[in-house]
Design a protein around this ligand. Structure first.
Ligand code: ATP
Ligand code: MG
Length: 542
C-alpha cells in the first residue's frame, strides 16, 4: 500500500501537482490509470510514489513489496544475461550460475574425492534452488518472457546485445515475475510507466489479462485507451494547467463521462467569469471618469484582470502542437539505395544480404517480429551504425531525417534550444523560435536540458529537429510512442501530408494507415512486397 499525504510535485518553478490530504492512495485491489497530457507530470509523480524521487512537499508512506517500471530503460550492468536479469528479481540468478559451475566441475574433475565434493556441493545448491521454487520459477520466468515477445533465444543473450525495446520488456518481465511468486495471489504494488510502449498486440493482450488478475495495487501510466478501459477501476487525471490531480473512483468509461461533465461545468464557469469581468470593466470605465471613484474603479479593473488571467491559463490547456514535416529538398529519382546489408551482433545474425531502393516520395513500412532487426536496419540506413557487409549508395541530393526509437538523436546534456540549433545550424533564430513554438516549446523550457524532458516532450523535440532539416527521406522508428492521443493525431496528420519518402517502423496500426504505404519490407529476409490489407492486419495482430 502507498499513501501520499499533502503531496506537492514541482518541476523547476512550475507546480505540476498539489494534492491536499491523503487524496492519492493505492490499496490492494486498486487498479489506477494515471493519465494526462505529455509533460503533465505523470512520470515525475510515479517516481516519487516509487521512492526514487523526492516530492517538493508532503510525504509518502509505503508498505509491502513494490515493482516499479520506469519510462526510460534503466542503465545497469549490460553484460548480464537477459534470463539472469529476470531471475535476479527473486535472487535466483546467482544460485543458478553456481549450479552450472558445479555441473561443469563435476564433469571435468578426474580426482575422485574432488568429484565427490563437487557432487555434494551440487546437491546442496540444488536443494536450496528447489526449496525456493527455482524450477517452477525458471519456467514461470520463461513463460512471462515469452508472453512479452521474448523468445528463449533472446533470454540467453547479454542485455548489451538486445534492442532498447527488448531491454525494456526484460525489465517489465522482471517486475511481473517478482510480483507472481507462483502462489497465485500477489500483494505487490505495481507502478508501471507506459508498459505497452514496446509491446506487440499479442503481448499487450497478455499484459492486460495479467493486470486484470493482479491482486495487489496497481498504478499504470498509459496512452492506450483500450488497456485503460479493460484494466482500471480508478483514474487519476493530472491537469497540467490547474496543477491538480482529479481522483475518479470509477472505471474508464464512467471516468470519461464524468470528466466531460466536469469540463462542461468549468466551461460554463469560465463563460460566467468572462461575462462578469467584462461587466466590471464597463462599470469601472464609467466610474473612472469621476475622480472620487478612481480608486474603486482601479480595484474593479484589477479584479477583472485577475479573473481573465485565470481564464487564459485554462485556454492553454487545450493547446496542441501543429506539426508539419519539412518541405523535402530536391533530389534524384532514387535518393537512397543499399545492397547486401548484413548485420550480426556477436554470433547472432540479425539479417543478411538485404537490398533495397527508396524512390523519391515513396512510402515503405518495415515489418518483422520483435527483434527481427527493424531498428537496426533504420540505424544502418541513417548511417549511425555501420553494416558488417554491404553498403549504402546515397543518391543525388539525399537528405536523411532520422527519428530514433529511444530518442538517441537528442543530446541529453544540451538544452532544448541547443538541440534544435544543432539540428538546423543554418536556420535563422526567428524561424527556429517559431518552429519550437509550433511544437509547444517556449519560455524557460528552451533552456531546459533535453535529458530532463518528459517522454512525450522528447518525442516532440526530436520530431521538431526533423522538420527543420529539409529532409527528403524520413526514417521513422516508432514515432508515435510516448505521445498523448492529441499529439499523436498531429503526427499522423503530418505523415499524411509529407511529400518526401518515408521508411516507417511502427507497432501502431494508425500510423501505418496514415502513411498509406506502397510497399513493405519484411525482416529478417528483406523481401519486398506491395502493401495490402493483410499487412495492415498483421500490424494490428502482430
Ligand atoms: N529539471 C527540470 N527542470 C524543468 N522542468 C523539468 C525538469 N525535469 C522535468 N521537467 C518537466 O516536468 C514536466 C513533467 O515531466 P514528466 O516526465 O513527469 O511528464 P509526463 O506526464 O510523464 O509526460 P509524458 O506523457 O510525456 O511521459 C515536463 O514538462 C518536464 O519537461
Ligand atoms: Mg512520462
Amino acid at each position: 500500500m502507498i499513501t501520499a499525504t499533502d503531496l506537492e510535485v514541482r518541476a523547476g518553478v512550475r507546480t505540476l501537482l498539489s494534492a491536499p490530504g491523503p487524496a492519492l492512495r493505492i490499496q490492494p485491489g486498486d487498479r489506477i490509470g494515471l493519465v494526462g497530457r505529455n509533460g503533465a507530470g505523470k512520470t515525475t509523480t510515479l517516481r516519487i510514489l516509487a521512492g526514487e524521487g523526492e516530492p517538493y512537499a508532503g510525504s509518502v508512506t509505503r508498505s509491502g513489496e513494490l515493482g516499479y517500471l520506469p519510462q526510460d530503460p534503466r542503465e545497469g550492468d549490460l553484460d548480464v544475461l537477459a534470463k539472469d536479469r529476470v531471475l535476479s528479481a527473486r535472487g535466483l540468478d546467482k544460485l543458478l550460475r553456481d549450479l552450472e559451475k558445479q555441473q561443469t566441475l563435476m564433469a571435468e574433475v578426474v580426482d575422485e574425492t574432488e568429484r565427490d565434493r563437487a557432487v555434494r556441493k551440487y546437491g546442496q545448491l540444488e536443494d536450496r534452488f528447489s526449496s525456493l521454487g527455482g524450477y517452477e520459477a525458471e519456467s514461470d520466468a520463461a513463460r512471462i518472457c515469452n508472453s512479452l515477445g521474448l523468445p528463449d533465444r533472446v533470454l540467453g543473450q547479454p542485455l548489451r546485445t538486445l534492442s532498447g525495446g527488448q531491454r525494456r520488456r526484460i525489465e517489465l518481465a522482471r517486475i511481473l515475475f517478482a510480483a507472481s511468486d507462483g502462489s497465485g495471489k500477489s500483494a505487490t504494488t505495481l507502478l508501471l510507466d507506459e508498459p505497452t510502449n514496446h509491446l506487440d498486440a499479442d503481448s499487450i493482450g497478455w499484459l492486460r489479462s495479467f493486470l486484470q488478475n493482479h491482486d495487489g495495487g496497481l498504478v499504470v501510466i498509459s496512452h492506450d485507451v483500450e488497456l485503460l478501459g479493460d484494466v482500471c477501476n480508478k483514474v487519476w487525471f493530472l491537469d497540467a494547467v490547474r496543477g491538480e490531480a482529479d481522483v475518479y473512483n470509477m472505471g474508464w468509461k464512467k471516468y470519461l463521462e464524468a470528466r466531460a461533465t466536469d469540463e462542461q461545468r468549468r466551461k460554463r464557469e469560465r463563460a460566467n467569469a468572462e461575462k462578469k469581468a467584462s461587466a466590471l470593466r464597463t462599470q469601472a470605465a464609467k466610474m473612472g471618469a469621476k475622480a472620487t471613484k478612481a480608486v474603486a474603479a482601479q480595484n474593479m479593473l484589477k479584479r477583472a484582470d485577475r479573473m481573465l488571467a485565470n481564464l487564459d491559463e485554462e485556454r492553454v490547456a487545450d493547446k496542441t502542437a501543429t506539426i508539419r514535416f519539412p518541405e523535402p529538398a530536391a533530389c534524384g529519382k532514387t535518393p537512397l539505395m543499399a545492397s547486401g546489408l548484413t548485420k550480426t551482433y556477436g554470433s547472432l545474425e540479425i539479417f543478411t544480404g538485404v537490398d533495397l531502393a527508396i524512390d523519391k516520395g515513396s512510402r515503405v513500412v518495415v515489418l518483422g517480429l520483435n527483434g527481427a532487426g527493424k531498428t537496426t536496419l533504420l540505424k544502418l540506413l541513417a548511417g549511425v551504425e555501420a553494416p558488417d557487409l554491404g553498403q549504402l549508395e546515397p543518391g543525388f541530393g539525399l537528405k536523411i531525417g532520422y527519428f530514433a526509437q529511444e530518442h538517441d538523436t537528442l543530446d541529453d546534456d544540451a538544452s532544448v534550444w541547443e538541440n534544435i540549433r544543432h539540428a538546423a545550424p543554418d536556420a535563422g533564430e526567428q524561424d527556429l523560435r517559431g518552429l519550437l513554438g509550433a511544437f509547444m516549446f517556449s519560455g524557460p523550457q528552451l533552456d531546459q536540458p533535453a535529458g530532463t524532458l518528459s517522454g512525450g516532450e522528447k518525442t516532440r523535440l526530436a520530431l521538431a529537429g526533423l522538420v527543420s532539416s529539409a529532409a527528403n527521406v524520413l526514417l521513422l522508428d516508432e514515432p508515435t510512442n510516448n505521445l498523448d492521443p492529441i499529439s499523436r493525431e498531429q503526427v499522423l496528420d503530418a505523415l499524411r501530408s509529407y511529400a518526401g519518402a518515408v521508411v516507417l517502423v511502427t507497432h501502431d496500426p494508425g500510423a501505418a494507415e496514415a502513411l498509406d504505404p506502397e510497399r513493405v519490407i519484411l525482416l529478417p529476409d528483406g523481401t519486398e512486397d506491395h502493401w495490402s490489407d493483410e499487412y495492415q492486419e498483421l500490424i494490428e495482430l502482430a
